[in-house]
Design a protein around this ligand. Structure first.
Ligand code: DGY
Length: 319
């Protein structure tokens, strides 16, 4: 039997699954994450923890957690943990690949559509009493069908995005660490260098993990390569985009708009200039937030904890 700490209330039956496997489970009951000192104290007493993307687990926390065997991140991304530092201390790190790709792509596509057709801005205007007549020039947006979609990172979420684009008869270009001939054949997408992708695309959607080579990969230079009408969609990580450069680009009309499910930092403080642009949509990191998918992610994290505490290999190791 192990002591499991879960850093937030989670949907579905994962807590019961862990208890049925004989583990003692403590769930952090508050809406916000446990503060760093509380997280450190809980990790110090735990055999396993289920963590969220916003729970930054530092090497010094791991130094004071002698019993800890596994950090099961309830996310596909794991930039909140350094897997190599965890491995040095004998702590396995796991993630939740596969289960959230379609849900995340649904949201990325929803953001793309909403930005293209002014869904959020027109709703806001309607509620404020702005719907006084039918206007031939009101809220003119851009067509999605037939437009060019640039996918940055053709992993499982990028592929799910390409599949959706097919149904809209979009032209799809992509860039990725490696070429994906099979995906090219399946989705009719074309590999291009990042510069070409930015120059050709009406919509640019980011699907890369955050790491040393992707941090700040969309900066002032890259934004200047984009069409002045183009929309940047980010459901990856806020830090993939140089946010200062993005704000300047929006202010100067360098790009057409942005739809951001992730920002830097999160939550984005209300005084951030991004909130002042009517051509920007901001959602609170909810791309994987369907009830079914979040429950599956939690079950997957629980299954990893159960495996490691039973002395078995984790099912979804990242270290
Ligand atoms: C992930 O899984 O990495 C998302 O950002 C949260 O669902």
């Amino acid at each position: 039997m192990g002591q499991v700490f879960i850093t937030r209330v989670i949907p579905g039956t994962a807590v019961e699954t862990l208890r049925e496997a004989g583990h003692e489970v403590e769930v952090w009951p508050e809406a916000g994450p446990p503060p760093p000192d509380v997280l450190a104290a809980r990790l110090a007493a735990a055999d396993a923890a289920m963590t969220m993307v916003v729970d930054r687990v530092t090497p010094s926390m791991l130094d004071t957690a002698p019993r800890l065997k596994v950090l099961a991140n309830m996310a596909v991304g794991y930039d909140n943990i350094d897997p190599a530092e965890a491995a040095k201390r004998g702590v396995r790190v796991t993630n939740t690949p596969g289960v959230l790709a379609e849900t995340t792509a649904d949201m990325a596509f929803a953001l793309l559509m909403a930005a293209a057709r002014n869904v959020v801005a027109s709703d806001r205007d309607t509620r404020a009493g702005g719907w006084t007549t039918w206007s031939p020039t009101g809220f003119l947006g851009q067509d999605v069908f037939g437009a060019t979609l640039g996918i940055v990172g053709l992993g499982e979420i990028g592929e799910a995005m390409a599949r959706r684009a097919l149904g809209f008869r979009m032209r799809v270009v992509y860039t990725s660490r490696t070429r994906k001939p099979e995906a090219e054949a399946r989705f009719g997408c074309r590999f291009v260098e990042i510069g070409e992708l930015l120059a050709q695309s009406d919509f640019v959607s980011l699907h890369v993990p955050l790491n040393g080579s992707t941090r700040g990969m969309i900066g002032a230079r890259e934004l200047r390569l984009m069409k002045t009408s183009a929309i940047l969609v980010n459901t990856a990580r806020g830090q993939v985009v140089d946010q200062g450069a993005l704000i300047a680009a929006l202010r100067d009309g360098v790009i057409g708009g942005a739809a951001l499910d992730v920002t830097d930092p999160e939550p984005l403080p209300l005084e951030n200039p991004l909130y002042t642009f009517s051509n920007v949509i901001i959602t609170p990191h909810i791309a994987s937030a369907s009830l079914a998918t979040r429950a599956k992610m939690a079950e997957m994290a629980a299954a990893n904890i159960i495996a490691v505490l039973a002395g078995q290999a984790p099912i979804n190791p990242v270290n």
